[in-house]
Design a binder for this molecule. Structure first.
Ligand SMILES: [Zn+2]
Length: 436
């Protein structure tokens, strides 16, 4: 249509009719405008939309650039993301990894390399496995596991593949001094100082060869401990080593100082350099178990009493409380023994034997070698017994003696050639302990 119109217009011009030509032209123009208005509008619209879209695209591209830049910065600053996998009941390392969508190949590789330093089948309930991924690619490149309070397991992947290592946890250590007088128990006195219960146990354990905290400790006793507290990233984690300790029991001062006799082997010694560790522990139940009964006043104890014929010490403790061997030895009896009920007897040497009665369960059998502190059975009420308690006897040369009154043989003292060095340690700490 358009083509036709224009042709007729040109024809008319060649005829020399200028005015009419003008007329025609203007008409033609008018006609053209009318016909194409919609197109202009459409084209303009498209142009505007294109421009808007274009500028939006530019803005968008810039935003994307900025996002990519930010991501890049993030990646270079925080190149990894981590995922925590909690070790739940019934889970194995493999099922946990499968649950976290780790590939079978990676699971196998991690298990294999870790096996040289740590067996991943012994991971503990309630702890966590931390998985580490590259932020950019999402590739799994690491696994961390806290083995115990001292060590971490790191399994990492680089160009050479997976590798595993154990590393000591580097705590920040701060010294803390705690002192107090005992109103009812060491446990309560220490808790009142704001110590956590693990610290109280660690402090009491320093003197577990010298004092039976359930029996010996009384009102008016006092203590002072200088010990380490461990922190990670500024957060308190747990108590560390006890460097120096003093416990005043019935007016008598007991001291303990930490000293390294051979590289990597530390122990506590008294002010003369004698070991605070003895051949026997004072009590067959650990402080951490007797403390709770003590604080709630539930504990019933029948003491050693020659006149009543009770040549033993009775510890009232909840059913199932672990009972420990007070010294190294051999199990010479583990079975039923009349009024004693379920009974364990340990021969320590030619002089000493210890007996543990009324047990609910055994943890050892006849002929077995046991070491000091090892669980041998659990508190019960078997045989002639009115309630759950441990009846504990110590026999010396065939005679039942009171273990609380006995002075037990010590183990290795500070070696003579290190005594001067050790006494310097004592000189450093003892005045601090005596400032009660
Ligand atoms: Zn008894």
């Amino acid at each position: 249509m358009e083509q036709l119109t224009l042709t007729s217009q040109v024809k008319k011009e060649t005829l020399g009719q200028k005015a009419s030509s003008w007329k025609h032209r203007s008409v033609a123009t008018a006609r053209y405008t009318g016909k194409q208005l919609a197109w202009f509008v459409r084209l303009g619209g498209i142009l505007v939309v294109t421009l808007l879209w274009g500028s939006a695209w530019v803005v968008n591209v810039r935003a994307e650039d900025r996002l990519a830049e930010a991501l890049q910065m993030c990646v270079s600053k925080h190149p990894y993301v981590t995922k925590t996998v909690e070790i739940v009941t019934g889970a194995t390392f493999s099922t946990l990894m499968e649950g976290a969508e780790v590939s079978g190949m990676d699971i196998l590789a991690i298990l294999t390399v870790a096996d040289n330093v740590y067996n991943l089948s012994s991971i503990r309930l309630g702890r966590n496995l931390e998985l580490r991924y590259k932020r950019e690619s999402g590739e799994l490149v690491g696994l961390e596991y806290q083995i115990d309070t001292e060590e971490m397991l790191y399994v990492t992947k680089d160009e050479d593949g997976w590798q595993a290592e154990r590393k000591l946890i580097e705590y920040e250590v701060r010294l803390r001094t705690v002192e107090g007088a005992i109103e009812s128990s060491l446990y309560i006195a220490a808790l009142e100082q704001g110590l956590d219960d693990r610290a109280v146990v660690a402090l009491a354990d320093v003197f577990q060869w010298e004092l039976d905290f359930s029996m010996d400790v009384q009102q008016g006793d006092g203590f002072k401990f200088i010990y380490e507290e461990r922190f990670l990233a500024g957060r308190y984690i747990m108590p560390g080593r006890v460097l120096a300790a003093k416990f005043i029991n019935s007016g008598e001062s007991h001291y303990a100082f930490l000293f390294e006799t051979t590289p990597g082997k530390e122990a506590h010694f008294n002010e003369q350099g004698e070991s605070v560790q003895k051949m026997f522990l004072k009590a067959p139940v650990a402080f951490k178990y007797i403390s709770s009964g003590f604080t709630t006043g539930l504990r019933y104890v029948e003491a050693f009493n020659v006149s009543t014929g009770h040549r033993a010490i009775d510890y009232a403790a909840p059913l199932g409380t672990p009972v420990r061997a007070v010294g190294d030895g051999t199990v010479v009896r583990a079975g039923w023994n009349g009024a004693y009920g379920q009974f364990v007897s340990i021969r320590h040497n030619g002089t000493y034997t210890t007996n543990y009665a009324h047990l609910s369960r055994f943890a050892v059998s006849y002929g077995q070698k046991v070491s000091q502190g090892q669980t041998i059975g659990y508190v019960g009420s078997t045989g002639f017994s009115t309630g759950p308690h441990l009846h504990y006897e110590m026999v010396k040369n065939g005679v039942k003696i009171n273990p609380l009154r006995e002075d037990f043989p010590g183990i290795d003292p500070v070696p003579a050639d290190q005594l001067t060095e050790y006494l310097k340690v004592v000189e450093t700490w003892q005045p601090k302990l005596d400032q009660l």
